[in-house]
Design a protein around this ligand. Structure first.
Ligand code: AKG
Ligand code: FE2
Length: 384
């Protein structure tokens, strides 16, 4: 496999890079982080659960569904739902318009650039400070609930009609998320509304992920390994494949099989803490491929920033997984600063290890008569 190239000019979107033959160094992951399983080697370990009859309180359909959901949450923190009641036309409109957005010329997408710290809009890769390696993705994101906090100036106004579709999609997914949280509350032996009440006023944020096809997908990730911070996430993915989950800290991975019209449901950190660790926070990542681009739409259902995070019920013989109650805002800040710290340490370690390699690359650049282009750029720009 060809070695990664070092390029100085910062690319503004990934679309142009998708055509290059080799991957820029800033996307190259350390070996231990690289994909271990192919994007299309699907596993059927994640249950696909039909929600048909979930509102039927008389018969035993609701309790059957609850049982399946609970097993999946205890096992992986991840399951898929079908017959979920979200209109199929709405789903296909949402996917079509999102795909059209990413096909717009770079300058159109960059009208909504959020890299200066704006709340919502378009950005390439992730925006975590101190991150040594970048994700191979573009995103567009907007805060959709509560409605009174919507800032429409940060919602793309193209393609035409997207805003209206997004609004409907947001309401529909809010309804579905609440239904799932009701079932999980019951499973914890609590009143139906317990989990939504613990959110105070539920926030909803939509992130549309676009992963262009990638010249060297084995060296990079579309989205690095993480758990979602919120209560529950509903993910709509196309038929390409790329979502992967691990239960053993990243040693082994499975690729979630795409199911037409289904939502992948993830439990996040908040859901995990409220259940006192009984429900897992799904540990996941997204891989990319060289054949085709991929689209996924993640709808994050989060508690209000001031909501208190602490187990709602601690079962007999168990200890609380948290030392003290904290607000969701505090929980999120701690998670982010931990991630930034790890990223910084990784970057430092990498810089140290790469010294020898950098010397060799420098020598070969001179040998190849590239003296001028090399000298005109600082070394950290070349190999960052
Ligand atoms: O694209 C995917 O499959 C995963 C997306 C995801 O995990 C996220 O946006 O948090
Ligand atoms: Fe995620």
């Amino acid at each position: 496999m060809a070695p990664p190239t070092a390029t100085a000019a910062p690319a503004q979107t990934l679309t142009a890079l998708a055509e290059e033959k080799t991957l820029q160094a800033k996307f190259v992951r350390d070996e231990d982080e690289r994909p271990k399983v192919a994007y299309n080697q699907f596993s059927n370990e994640i249950p696909v659960i039909s929600l048909a009859g979930i509102d039927d309180n008389e018969g035993n359909r609701r309790s059957e569904i609850r049982k399946k959901i609970v097993e999946a949450c205890e096992d992986w923190g991840l399951f898929q739902v079908v017959d979920h009641g979200v209109d199929a036309t709405l789903i296909s409109q949402m996917t079509r318009l999102a795909t059209e957005f990413f096909a717009l010329p770079a300058q159109e997408k960059l009208r909504f650039d959020m890299s200066g710290g704006k709340k919502g809009g378009f950005i390439v890769s992730s925006h975590l400070q101190g991150e040594a390696v970048q994700d191979w993705r573009e995103i567009v994101t907007y805060f959709s609930q509560p409605k009174r906090l919507r800032d429409y100036t940060r919602w793309p106004d193209k393609p035409e009609g997207w805003i209206a579709v997004t609004e409907k999609y947001s309401d529909s997914l809010m309804e579905l998320a609440c239904k799932l949280l009701e079932v999980l509350s019951e499973a914890m032996g609590l009143e139906k509304e317990a989990l939504t009440k613990a959110c105070v006023e539920m926030d909803q944020k939509v992130v549309v992920n676009y992963y262009p096809k990638c010249p060297q997908p084995d060296l990079t990730l579309g989205l690095k390994r993480h758990t979602d911070p919120g209560t529950i996430t509903l993910l709509l993915q196309d038929q390409v494949g790329g979502l992967q989950a691990t239960r053993d800290g990243g040693n082994t991975w499975i690729t979630v099989e795409p199911v037409e019209g289904a939502f992948v449901v993830n439990l996040g950190d908040h859901g995990h803490y409220l259940s006192n660790g009984r429900f897992k926070n799904a540990d996941h990542q997204a891989v990319v491929n060289s054949n085709t681009s991929r689209l996924s739409i993640a709808t994050f259902q989060n508690p209000a920033p001031e909501a208190v995070v602490y187990p709602l019920k601690i079962r007999e013989g168990e200890k609380a997984v948290m030392e003290e109650p904290i607000t969701f805002m505090e929980m999120y800040k701690r998670k982010m600063s931990k991630d930034i710290e790890i990223a910084k340490l990784k970057k430092l370690a990498k810089e140290a290890d790469d010294d020898e390699k950098k010397k060799k690359m420098k020598q070969s650049l001179f040998d190849n008569n590239n003296k001028e282009s090399f000298e005109s750029k600082p070394i950290d720009k070349l190999f960052a």
